[in-house]
Design a protein around this ligand. Structure first.
Ligand SMILES: Cc1cc2nc3c(=O)[nH]c(=O)nc-3n(C[C@H](O)[C@H](O)[C@H](O)COP(=O)(O)O)c2cc1C
Length: 392
């Protein structure tokens, strides 16, 4: 069968063959998956939120060994209000804060009710009382901390390595758009509502991703079906990608009908063979139905859609107030670290979207992408015949 042609404006903007973008998923979208998607004609995006410059550079170089096609790097841009004053969070590790003395007892400064509840949960699930390895100023365990210095070092690396596409999964890239454009880098920004879509578009973002609540990982409150057309209208003529719940060509065709120029796909590629994700966690996603995910703040303090598990249930039912990002991550680390040490992976974070129920096997990313494109092309071609009221 001849290869289908399914080009949109996005393909010209990004220099790609098909309007399918791999979501920059932290810990998942690494060089093998990114290169596989780009090589197959889509755009692979590295999930680099927690990567410092050295790790990011290494990933970028490995991608270039596997493909000469365009690709992107996704990071999270913290707003000033969300910069942690305390280390040891899901995103933590100071770049410019490195010189500051961090009190050794900083964990004791977290509120008692949450700390005590976390300890209760650790006992409830028979988990060992182990001291998590926290990042320290001297860096016993090297983990980056979200902050302006860290973000700057990530952006400098993207510019130095001449990465073709920059994506922000959080925050407004406006302050950096000029320098990215001067270097020929295209800018993509993820949003979950119309207000933020307007902000990033006014800031000069080239492509806005409207991510609906169905999505895996950190997510908003508005469903994809309602969000995409409203974002399309709000930011026109800036092109929009649809994200959240897109698993096959029906999703891509629907996104195009909603006015999007393509799709940003996470969960469908999370279960690909090339995804750098733990095998047990992948199997849980493959076994999940559409009802097996739940939005919870337990792991990061921000709403995140995960495969549901007994720890999430216990936290949500416990009635203890969830702390804001990044402090909640620091509190729950006592439980998740112990669970990890005990091999109880089912209690850990496993972000995935409602579309999880659609997948029951791991396949090569190339095959997933080809199926999305072929099916969408077929639907669009046969649409007049399938809607007789229009043709008659
Ligand atoms: C495991 C996982 C990790 C994610 N990590 C990130 C991230 O680091 N940065 C980001 O911008 N989005 C992240 N996301 C959200 C995705 O970019 C994307 O918006 C979402 O997966 C789309 O919805 P879908 O999963 O229904 O396809 C993550 C999603 C998942 C499932």
């Amino acid at each position: 069968m001849a290869k289908p042609t399914l080009r949109t404006k996005l393909c010209d903007i990004l220099g790609i063959e098909y309007p399918v973008v791999l979501a920059g998923m932290g810990g998942v979208s690494r060089h093998k998956l990114v290169a596989a998607v780009s090589e197959a004609g889509g755009l692979g995006i590295v999930g680099a939120a927690t990567m410092g410059p050295d790790e990011m550079r290494e990933e970028i170089r490995k991608i270039r060994e596997l493909t000469d096609k365009p690709f992107g790097v996704d990071i999270l841009l913290p707003t000033m209000g969300s910069i942690p004053q305390t280390p040891g969070t899901a995103m933590g590790g100071p770049a410019e804060d490195e010189e500051k003395e961090i009190p050794r007892n900083w964990r004791d400064m977290l509120p008692a009710p949450q700390r005590e509840f976390a300890a209760t949960l650790r006992r409830k699930f028979d988990l060992p009382d182990v001291e998590p390895e926290y990042p320290t100023p001297s860096g016993r365990r090297e983990r980056p901390v979200f902050g302006p210095g860290f973000t700057r070092s990530q952006i400098d690396t993207i510019l130095e390595e001449k990465v073709p596409v920059f994506a922000s999964g959080l925050g407004n890239p406006a302050p950096y758009v000029e320098e990215f454009h001067a270097a020929g880098v295209k800018v993509i920004a993820l949003v979950g509502n119309v207000k933020n879509a307007r902000r990033v578009a006014e800031g000069g973002t080239d492509v806005v991703v409207a991510q609906g609540a169905e999505a895996g990982g950190h997510t908003g409150r508005v469903g994809t079906m309602a969000l995409v057309p409203q974002v399309v209208d709000a930011v026109a003529p800036t092109p929009v990608l649809a994200a959240g719940g897109i698993g096959d060509g029906r999703g891509l065709a629907a996104a195009l009908c909603l006015g999007a120029v393509g799709v940003w796909v996470g969960t469908a590629f999370l279960v690909s063979l090339e995804a750098a994700w733990d095998e047990t966690l992948k199997q849980r996603i493959l076994a999940a139905s559409e009802e097996d995910t739940r939005v919870t703040r337990i792991y990061s303090g921000k709403p995140m859609r995960n495969i549901n598990n007994p720890l999430i249930e216990a936290w949500e039912e416990g009635g203890v107030r969830t702390l804001p990002f990044p402090f909640q991550g620091a509190v729950i680390q006592e439980v998740t670290y112990a669970a990890q040490q005990a091999g109880r992976k089912e209690l850990g974070m496993n972000p995935a979207g409602q579309i999880s129920g659609m997948f029951d096997e791991q396949r090569p990313a190339k095959e997933i992408l080809a199926e999305i494109v072929d099916q969408a092309a077929e639907i669009i071609q046969r649409l007049p015949a399938d809607v007789p009221a229009v043709t008659s």
